[in-house]
Design a protein around this ligand. Sequence first.
Ligand SMILES: [Zn+2]
Ligand SMILES: [Zn+2]
Length: 279
Amino acid sequence: MTYYKANYHTHSLYCDGKSTLEEHVREAEKQGLQQLGFSSHSPVPFENSFAILEEKVPDYVHEIDELQQKTSIKLLKSLECDFVPGMTKDFDEWRTTYQLDYIIGGVHLVRPPHGDGLWFIDGSKQETYDNGLLDLFDNNVKTAVTTFWEQTFEMLETQHLDIIAHFDKIKMHNRDRFFTENEQWYKILADKAIQLIKRYDVIIEVNTRGLYKKRCEHFYPSTELLMKARKADIPVLVSSDAHKAEELTLFVPEALAELERCGFDHTAYFDVEKGRFVY
Ligand SMILES: [Zn+2]
Ligand SMILES: [Zn+2]
């Protein structure tokens, strides 16, 4: 397995992370990483506790530039952009305004087709997921999960992203309670997402966070989806989605072994000269 030692998905005190940018850099040096990408949650137009504030983005970008002077690791600038139809800014606006190296796109908040409110599928509390399912979707799990996937399709079709974040995170708080990933309707939706990822040249990350946070027994995405991604010749890389410096490389060897089992022989990496990912 040819693996470029890098982590492109990290959070800091600028958003909901618990470490400073500098603490991440020091840890990356200790771990021998060649590249480190910062990806704060993009600002969103409503009250929340997880995203970077829009007025803080210039400081964030500036601090990364400053840190670059003090380390031999290549630092990269990014945002993990949330896509909520009709609410969030075009990803390319962030990219061009702040000259970001790449964009990670993801769905954490699902907007019901009718009515107000957002279903928060991430976070530490299973009850938030369960309450949203009840309040916003009348416990109709098929409608709710379909809405998640359709929002993912729309993101892929309308936004310019380099990496898709934790592709099947919708399974995290489900824990096989409301649906299983073997159900035909679910497979059809996930398969369509894979087709779109292929069509728009997006990289799938193998995200290890569910495992070390013990919120999920598998990587995002699941083995079966990774095998389908391999068949479709979709590029992959490994992310720990670290919110603390000490999480920077957790479960990376396991993720590489998983990729190997699924038939991959290399991971994508950021080519500094070209200014984009190559695979
Ligand atoms: Zn995320
Ligand atoms: Zn993240």
